[in-house]
Ligand binder design. Structure first.
Ligand SMILES: Cc1cc2nc3c(=O)[nH]c(=O)nc-3n(C[C@H](O)[C@H](O)[C@H](O)COP(=O)(O)O)c2cc1C
Length: 223
């Protein structure tokens, strides 16, 4: 007789370190979009760093959420310090072609060195915020922090989008702005040091409640 297939393994967060749990989370929650965040320090140095604990959370006003973990020994990363300070930042959505620059901008450079200049990334000043974005970025937002929550291992920032920037040719031909499906090649983060590009696209429209209930009734063999 064959053994029954094992059920899922239950993993209790209480048994694991912060680092182990981060490693587990980023291997489970995949793929993740990447926020390429431009911010400015009190010393005027422009900072650029990627964060994949990131999502859109509201539309009017448009809001995003972003989490910036504490660095080694609990120190604040430059981005967290800048967002807790001025609160203004840019957020660009990197493309697959920018993977090496994104990874490079995550390197812990010495204080006072800008990732823009170290990596040779042309920068452009925000219209509404005191922070820069990569000039070549296809999609960027200008944001201001509305809520900052200290969650011990990380800060969760909820920020309002004050301006959108979309590169030429990416919008639908429609007065209501929308990026054309398939017009961009977004870079996604997986676990460890792995990244992904979009694979096969398909449509799966949400059915009406009536259609769902009719299908359920049919499956139950009801008239
Ligand atoms: C693709 C990618 C995604 C990342 N996502 C996060 C994240 O969600 N949270 C975080 O704290 N660090 C994340 N990091 C690490 C930061 O980018 C890294 O610590 C960086 O040095 C922070 O820069 P800063 O000190 O200039 O803010 C990520 C790195 C990469 C390459």
């Amino acid at each position: 007789m064959s053994e029954p297939a094992p059920g899922p393994r239950a993993i209790d967060p209480g048994d694991h370190s912060s680092g182990d749990l981060y490693r587990l989370l980023i291997s489970m929650i995949v793929p993740r979009p990447i926020a390429w965040v431009g911010s400015r320090g009190a010393d005027g140095v422009d900072n650029l760093a990627p964060f994949s604990f990131f999502m859109g959370v509201g539309s009017k006003p448009p809001m995003i959420a972003l989490s910036v973990a504490r660095g080694s020994g609990g120190a604040l990363k430059d981005t967290a310090r800048n967002l807790l300070g001025g609160g203004e930042f840019t957020l660009s959505l990197p493309m697959v072609s920018e993977a090496a620059l994104v990874a490079g901008s995550a390197a812990p450079l010495p204080a006072g060195v800008s990732e823009f200049s170290a990596l040779g990334i042309d920068q452009v000043e925000g219209l509404r915020v005191g922070a820069c974005r990569p000039a070549a970025a296809a999609l960027s937002l200008e944001c201001v922090v509305r809520h900052a929550l200290d969650l011990d291992s990380t800060h969760l920032f909820v920020a309002e989008v004050l301006m959108f920037h979309v590169a030429p040719g990416l919008l639908e031909d429609d007065p209501r702005p929308r990026v054309r499906d398939g017009a961009t090649d977004p870079l996604a983060r997986l676990g460890g040091a792995d990244y992904a590009a979009l694979g096969r696209r398909f449509s799966q429209p949400t059915p009406s409640a009536a259609a769902v209930l009719a299908a359920f009734a049919a499956a139950q063999g009801e008239p």
